[in-house]
Design a protein around this ligand. Structure first.
Ligand code: 13P
Ligand code: SF4
Length: 347
């Protein structure tokens, strides 16, 4: 990987912190520097946001302390919409690489920062663009709907992008006789196939967090908390979804828990969402669905690479920055714009 500042930054009005370049350790993918322990990082980040006209966008799966200083917290659709609307000069993405890349695709002239470039996604990694091109070539009459959890190069080969908030709405707008490839999440694609009576061809990718919830442990938990609804993300495997009372994206799960009459819920998604759910409803109880492994935590190892320290350093030094090949960016932009257009009605 190469970390070279864009021409715009070299010639722009912003001060170019050349001294930061050696600090960006290409082997580790983030600014690797000791921070003076007297610095209050929350105050420093808030100051940098103002000074640099930067907006901090965070996904629900971030550490609570990052969520608490974000200008906007949301799901993938909300984050893409916010990135499309912002007037900030710098977008700081507390999320994973494909999310920051989406913001850059939409905003080629803005600086988009990701605190740790290693913050990837198992779904995006499962679908390398060259392998996807070979797969797609086998289905010449199919259109491609890709889940936003994929690389820019895979998006560039897609007709429409979707998120878990708008996938059903988007697929419902495609005529039944139009064959579809759905990539890269076989669980979300399979869920849509079952629910909508479609026969989409599925790429074989999974999310490493949602794939490992234990059906057996969930059944036991349901028996222990009789009548408690299970709220599940559609990235979960079919055996988990079968036990769900509500299936939706992170923001849809959050909204459901606020309006539903129950006071206890079992939640089958990355546990970072519980922070906002608990803030929304302080008197309600949220029980994380148990994964197969002995530990009862379901944290995304990619999302959790972002820390408050890396966030501060990335804002201070404006690195690591997301950069993109312009041809790929333009090809990836069209299906994202189509998604935004086709899902205007989705709140
Ligand atoms: P949403 O927040 O869009 O539901 O996506 C969940 C997820 O796994 C993001 O990586
Ligand atoms: Fe990817 Fe799953 Fe992590 Fe979301 S939770 S970023 S889908 S690995």
């Amino acid at each position: 990987m190469e970390y070279i500042r864009s021409d715009k930054r070299m010639s722009g009005t912003k001060r170019v912190l050349m001294e930061a370049l050696p600090l960006l350790d290409v082997r580790v993918g983030y600014i690797n520097k000791n921070i003076d322990s007297s610095i209050n990082l929350i105050q420093a980040i808030n100051r940098l946001k103002k000074e640099k006209n930067a907006v901090l966008l965070a996904h629900y799966y971030q550490e609570p302390e990052i969520q608490d200083i974000a200008d906007y917290i949301g799901d993938s659709l909300g984050l893409a919409r916010r990135a499309a609307e912002t007037e900030a000069d710098i977008i700081v993405f507390a999320g994973v690489h494909f999310m920051a890349e989406t913001a850059k695709i939409i905003n080629p002239n803005k600086i988009v920062l990701l605190p740790d470039l290693n913050a990837g996604c198992s779904l995006a990694d499962s679908c390398p663009a060259d392998e996807f091109a070979d797969f797609k070539a086998k289905y010449p009459d199919h259109i491609v709907i890709s889940y936003i959890n994929c690389s820019a190069a895979t998006k560039a080969q897609s007709d429409i992008i979707c998120t878990s908030s708008n996938a059903e709405h988007i697929v419902s707008q495609i005529p039944l006789d139009q064959p579809i490839i759905f990539a890269p999440d076989r669980n979300l694609g399979g869920y849509l196939n079952r629910k909508m009576g479609r026969d989409m061809v599925l790429w074989d990718g999974v999310c490493i967090v949602h794939q490992v919830f234990s059906e057996q442990k969930l059944v036991r938990l349901k028996a222990r908390y009789s009548g408690v609804p299970v709220l599940a993300h559609p990235e979960c495997d079919a055996p988990i979804l079968r036990h769900a009372d509500f299936i939706g994206s992170t923001s849809q799960i959050r909204k459901f828990a606020v309006s539903d009459k129950h006071d206890t819920f079992i939640v089958a998604t990355e546990e970072g969402i519980l922070h906002q759910m608990q803030k929304d409803s302080p008197t309600k109880t949220f029980i994380p669905a148990p994964p197969e492994s002995g530990c009862n935590c379901s944290q995304c190892p990619h999302m959790r690479l972002n820390t408050i320290e890396k966030l501060y350093l990335c804002m201070e030094y404006e690195l690591p920055e997301i950069t993109l090949d312009e041809n790929i960016r333009l090809s990836a932009l069209a299906p994202i714009e189509k998604m935004l257009e086709m899902s205007k009605e989705i709140a």
